[in-house]
Design a protein around this ligand. Structure first.
Ligand code: S3P
Length: 448
């Protein structure tokens, strides 16, 4: 397996005040859709052409893992990949340990595939991933007949003894997690009969959309107060279908936030995915008074897409309800940066899931702001950010804790602080947004 790990520490210092940001840019492909496109194409029969694939390190790990399972995967050009799948149930046992690097999505979704094939495999990850909880997938997946041997606390590395005739799962998710939902659905693909997953709140539905795209029967029904239920008919004929990956709204978030905060800025981001289960950040920013305009709204590759024009303006505090968390779970660090610059006191409710991301993002976001002179409190699972009305002190060194989103959030804060902000290591940005610093520099951001 190739080594995609960031090779050396890359610190960054902002040089505020930033000149206005301007330009028209594309952000890399959606990370969630990119992982899924390689996995589903590898399981389907025939050849899938993927365009716009995110070539970040997380997704390259998924490509390596699917190759190790026997799929033929070839990169033909920037973002342009060709996958020849093995067919459902036909994957081969990997000859070596599968190293999923920094990627929780890759590890958890793949666990569903490995559990439902009659083979033994071993999975590991980097120091961040080896701390993250895997019981949330090994518990439900064990019911299909697979066995898992993990380290203490359900951590990686883990060994998986999969089964070739998995039982279909009926599972109610204890937390709203698209990764866990997807792991169960992926296991259900190779199970005879109906797999049923209930989620307490709607989470990103790229797995459901892509399964339908490849010919599986997936139905979604509301359960009122209890969320919703997804049913999948097992052993479908999965047929290769081409995929167009939209720009990642979670990556666009950093460019948008910078454009909103740096006075005089106006930036257009072309082709951003606007799946309604991913756009909670945009709702929250609009509630803060943000000038965000969607142009050319269209459907591309089965997903809603649009161009986003972000224009700087004064923002005020927001109260983000817990119910919005699933649709913006990765965007709280950057929203906290925006709230620190805005006027008034913002509250983000119900952030317990942030504690188990690439880092403990709740405590890491609090530290990011506090070292830069911003008052932040945590009450239970809520974060409260005291806005400075445009007077962010800065001057801190932010520890990014192997977490790409913290690194990018800190870099944006440093564009509008009074004193430069230092980011200890930007190397992990490559997991989701290769080229971030060059893109930001090209639109006018001052980084060194
Ligand atoms: C993802 C789901 C989310 C998100 C992650 C990507 C996915 O995780 O934080 O970056 O692609 O399914 P959870 O399912 O743990 O909320």
């Amino acid at each position: 397996m190739e080594n995609h790990a960031p090779s050396s520490v890359r610190p960054l210092v902002s040089t505020p005040p930033s000149t206005p940001l301007s330009g028209t840019v594309h952000v890399p492909g959606d990370k969630s859709i990119s992982h899924r496109s390689l996995m589903f194409a590898g399981l389907a029969r025939g050849e899938t052409v993927i365009t716009g694939l995110l070539e970040g390190e997380d997704v390259l790990r998924t490509a390596d893992a699917m190759r190790a399972l026997g799929a033929q995967i070839v990169r033909e050009d920037d973002g342009h990949w060709r996958v020849r799948g093995r067919g459902l149930g036909q994957l081969q046992e990997p000859a070596d340990v599968l190293d999923m690097g920094n990627s929780g999505t890759a590890a958890r979704l793949l666990a569903g595939i490995l559990a439902s094939h009659g083979m033994t495999s071993v999975m590991t990850g980097d120091a961040s991933l080896r701390k993250r909880p895997m019981r949330r997938v090994t518990d439900p997946l064990s019911a299909c007949g697979a066995t898992f041997l993990t380290r203490e606390g359900g951590r990686l590395p883990m060994a998986i003894r999969g089964v070739s005739d998995p039982a279909p799962l009926h599972y109610r998710l204890p937390v709203a997690s698209a990764q866990v939902k997807s792991a169960v659905l992926l296991a259900g693909l190779n199970a005879q009969g109906e797999t049923r997953v209930e989620e307490p709140a709607a989470t990103r539905d790229h797995t459901e959309n892509m399964l339908r795209h490849f010919g599986a029967q997936v139905d979604v029904a509301p359960l009122g107060e209890l969320g919703r239920v997804i049913t999948l008919q097992g052993r479908p004929e999965l047929v290769a279908r081409d995929i167009v990956v939209p720009g990642d709204p979670s990556s666009a978030a950093f460019v948008i936030a910078a454009a909103l905060l740096v006075p005089g800025s106006r930036v257009t981001i072309i082709g951003v995915g606007l799946n309604p289960l991913r756009t909670g950040l945009f709702d929250s920013l609009r509630e803060m008074g943000a000038d965000l305009v969607i142009e050319n709204a269209r459907i591309e590759g089965g997903e809603p897409v649009g161009d986003i024009v972000a224009t700087a303006c004064a923002l005020h505090a927001v109260d983000v309800p817990a119910a919005r968390a699933p649709s913006m779970i990765d965007e709280y660090p950057i929203l906290a940066v925006v709230a620190a610059h805005a006027s008034g006191v913002s509250r983000f409710r119900g952030l317990e899931e942030l504690r188990v991301k690439e880092s403990d993002r709740l405590s890491a976001t609090v530290s990011l702001l506090r070292v830069n002179g911003i008052t932040v409190e945590v009450e239970g699972d809520d974060m409260i950010v005291h806005g400075t009305g445009g007077a962010v002190p800065g001057g801190g060194t932010v520890e990014t804790r192997m977490d790409h989103r913290l690194a990018m959030s800190a870099s944006v804060l440093g564009l509008v602080s009074r004193v430069p902000v230092t980011v200890d290591d930007t190397a992990f940005i490559d997991t989701s947004f290769p080229g971030y610093i060059d893109l930001m520099t090209a639109i006018g951001a001052g980084f060194r």
